[in-house]
Design a protein around this ligand. Structure first.
Ligand SMILES: [Zn+2]
Length: 789
């Protein structure tokens, strides 16, 4: 690369000078090229086309898989619900029909501490195994078949389940693989990856797993992104790059994902030390965990994308030896969703070293040509962060303003791509406007050379820091900086910076290619994943992109100084106003709300509760003007005091029950063996104990922290949430420190609101849905017990 630099410097021939006042086709073409390439890089992120059900039997067909999704997502099917049992039975019958002899794994899982309370449950995994010709390690395909209560679970994770079923069908119709393939339909993912824990900890097939492919969804469309891998992933990534038909993956998303508090079953597999790949599509995040996640709203291409990975990778890894093949972590990224580049972190360091050398070379050359000054570079170095701060503040303001103007409406629901794309374009235009005001002002003072060089030095600093903190993201700086250095070197060699020529435009435009095909897809994906909540990061990335395009923008801005900022500002205002006009409440963008019912069986009093800031037309029917906000202490041992509470009639429901099976002195303390049950078959039983619990066992399983939960600590009040308890209840053994009387509060939680006698409530209209985040459409019944020895 250094040689290229020297080579370019020999090319210094005077270019034909064109007066900057005359509009040049070159500058319009450069701008057009940049805009088209950026748009193309985002457009090509779209998933492949759907494949009809008539496709050959050995292929994956989204048409066939959609039929599975339709059945799976008829009803919300959370763990412990009757609809969940229907889905389980459907899976068993479909696997049987494929001749796969499925089995279930029913067990209690109790090794999960979530925040300050323990989570446990009875899970029922569904499994099947396709025998290979050899007896090496197996490929595990996994997806969860439970949904959240508020969603039909068509994408999350009906799409994953259907991907597994259709892949199994296609594999049965193709050549036999060397390795066994295990299909694992996990249960209880949504309540703490309980089924995955059960498989890893207890199932005899777990020891056979050589590689895991997990399929998830967090939206309703878009490309299926390979967003998470295991540690020491060099070999896995290399093979993925060879076999994936339409790879969309980058090591930055994995680094970012690891910083977020999100988990899937893959977390449990990763902690088990298994190597593997995790896939999800995430466009249309406002569908996630809501009743919008329905069969009708799935983008079938996303399902096809999932399936094309599943089948191609299973066939590929199914014929390779999967004995632990650990190689250094890779830096990887796709090029326009068509091919993958991957190299080791050592190569990434070598690339950075090369860039440092090249940077020194360009600086030396720039000084030699009289185009750089120390003060100029220093100022240029500060302009980029200044610009990033300006852009981030502007984006925060837009977010704040739109929320303030559209109070009560989900003005910018997380990642709602239907109108958030308008927001993204609007804020991107705003950042372009601010940048194209700030940069020319400084350019006049210090020249484009100093401005660009200072910016590149700032980026170089970020590149070096990325190796320490976000190694997977280093590629996103390295390649653009490298090519920007080439562009700058060329600019120095080409003489007067204000002289423009077609050749100059062409060479500079070519140097933008890495920036323009790598950065816009990441900006788009981050926006989709995190929404305007990540305004600071997004603003920063857009500025980085523009920073790398400085020489090109400089040329584009020479003749019509106000064209770019003026045009960008106008476009920005237009787009943001259009986005606001498009956002409103309708059945595609329903208002989310939270209303639930709580009954204290000790006092015989009940309330309606809402966690919403304000009440809409539907939820307001539960609250009179006298309803006040406060704590729930009397009903639920939850923190916080901003719950709106309205007096409710008492529903005729049975309270949870506790019976003492054994109560004796034990090691200076007390051992209590209890049966805790919900006569109304609620989906969750929560037990709060006001005593020091030394040891607890549920259904014969010790209750303890899970492998990945080491940073959590149990709260002052010992708490257990048990999901999907069996009809006869759970058997809980508590080893207590003291023999004093102990107080237990038991709350059971069922889905849906009750219909207390005499009360008539309007059913939920289709422009409102139950909040996927705040508790809603739930019935809690609480009863307390004091147990004396
Ligand atoms: Zn899921």
């Amino acid at each position: 690369m250094l040689r290229t630099q020297a080579h370019i410097s020999n090319l210094t021939h005077p270019q034909p000078s064109v007066s900057p006042q005359v509009p040049l086709p070159g500058e319009t073409l450069t701008l057009l090229f940049l805009v088209l390439l950026a748009s193309l890089s985002i457009y090509l992120l779209k998933p492949p086309a759907a494949v009809p059900a008539s496709a050959p039997a050995a292929e994956f067909s989204s048409g066939r898989a959609m039929k599975q999704v339709e059945v799976i997502s008829r009803q919300p099917h959370p763990i412990g619900s009757p609809a969940h049992a229907v889905v389980r039975d459907y899976l068993l019958s479909e696997l049987n029909a494929l001749g796969l002899k499925p089995e279930t794994q029913k067990t209690t899982v109790a090794d999960f501490l979530w925040g300050d309370s323990f989570r446990a449950g009875t899970v029922e995994n569904v499994l099947a195994r396709l025998e290979g010709t050899d007896h090496g390690k197996a490929v595990l395909l996994a997806a969860h078949y439970d949904s959240v209560p508020t969603s039909y679970g068509a994408s999350d994770d009906g799409s994953g389940v259907a991907t597994l079923l259709e892949t199994a069908r296609a594999l049965k119709n193709g050549a036999r693989l060397k390795n066994d393939v295990i299909f694992l339909f996990t249960d209880g993912e949504e309540v703490g990856m309980l089924g995955a824990r059960a498989f890893v900890n207890e199932h005899p097939w777990a020891k056979d797993v050589g590689l895991v492919l997990n399929f998830e969804a967090r939206g309703n469309g878009g490309s299926a992104v390979m967003f998470e891998t295991s540690s020491k992933n060099g070999w896995v990534i290399g093979e993925f790059a060879k076999a994936a038909p339409r790879p969309v993956a980058n090591s930055l998303s994995y680094d970012i994902y690891r910083l977020l508090p999100n988990d899937t079953d893959f977390t449990v597999f990763r902690y088990a030390g298994w190597q593997g790949l995790n896939f999800a599509y995430i466009d249309g995040l406002h569908h996630y965990h809501t009743s919008l996640d329905s069969f009708q709203r799935i983008d079938e291409g996303s399902l096809q994308h999932d399936g094309s990975y599943a089948l191609a990778l299973t066939r590929h890894f199914g014929n390779l030896s999967l004995e632990r093949r650990r190689e250094q972590n890779s830096i990887y990224f796709d090029i326009l969703g068509r091919t993958m580049i991957s190299y080791s972190s050592q190569w990434a360091l070598a690339l950075t070293a090369l860039i440092v050398l090249m940077c020194a070379g360009v600086i030396f050359y720039g000084f030699k040509r009289g185009r750089l000054s120390v003060a100029g570079i220093a100022l240029g170095f500060l302009v980029l962060p200044l610009n990033i701060i300006t852009a981030s503040v502007l984006m925060l303001c837009v977010g704040w303003l739109t929320r303030a103007l559209q109070r009560g409406v989900n003005a910018i629901p997380q990642g709602d791509t239907s109108h958030s794309s308008l927001y993204l374009l609007g804020v991107a235009a705003l950042v372009i406007a601010s940048t194209s005001i700030i940069y020319p002002w400084f350019r006049k003072k210090i020249g484009v050379g100093n401005l660009t060089m200072g910016g590149l030095l700032f980026l170089l600093l970020l590149l070096i820091l990325s190796h320490l903190y976000l190694p997977g993201g280093s590629y996103l700086l390295a390649w653009p900086v490298l090519f920007s250095l080439i562009a700058l070197g060329y600019l120095f060699a080409a003489g007067d910076e204000n002289r423009v020529s077609l050749k100059k435009h062409l060479i500079l435009a070519l140097c933008t290619v890495p920036s323009v095909i790598l950065l816009p897809p990441i900006i788009y994906q981050l926006f989709v994943a995190l929404g305007l909540g990540a305004a600071v990061v997004l603003g920063g990335l857009i500025v980085l992109l523009l920073g790398m395009l400085l020489p090109q923008l400089n040329l584009a801005a020479t003749s019509r100084r106000w064209l770019l900022p003026g045009g960008a500002l106008t476009a920005s205002l237009f787009l943001i106003v259009a986005a606001m006009a498009a956002s409103g409440v309708d059945k595609d963008h329903p208002r989310q709300n939270s209303v639930f019912y709580a009954l204290n069986a000790d006092t015989g009093k009940a309330i309606w509760v809402s966690s919403d800031e304000s009440q809409g037309e539907w939820s307001s029917q539960f609250f009179t003007a006298a309803a006040q906000k406060g704590a729930l202490t009397e009903y639920l041992p939850w923190p916080g005091d901003s719950y709106l509470k309205g007096v409710a009639p008492v529903a005729s429901v049975n309270a949870p029950e506790v019976s003492v099976l054994e109560d004796r002195a034990d090691n200076g303390g007390r051992l209590l063996r209890l049966r805790v049950s919900s006569p109304r078959q609620a989906a969750v039983i929560s037990i709060f104990v006001d005593a020091t619990v030394q040891l607890a066992v549920v259904n014969g399983k010790p209750i303890r922290e899970g492998a990945e939960q080491s940073e959590s600590t149990p709260g002052k009040q010992w708490t257990l949430h048990y999901c999907a308890p069996p009809a006869e209840g759970i058997e809980l053994t508590l080893s207590l420190k003291s023999m004093e009387p102990v107080r237990l509060v038991v709350v059971d939680e069922s889905r849906g609101l009750p219909e207390p006698p005499g009360a008539v409530y309007t059913p939920r209209p289709d422009h409102t849905i139950s909040s996927p985040i705040l508790p809603g459409d739930l019935t809690f019944v609480r009863k307390s017990f004091t147990l004396k020895m």
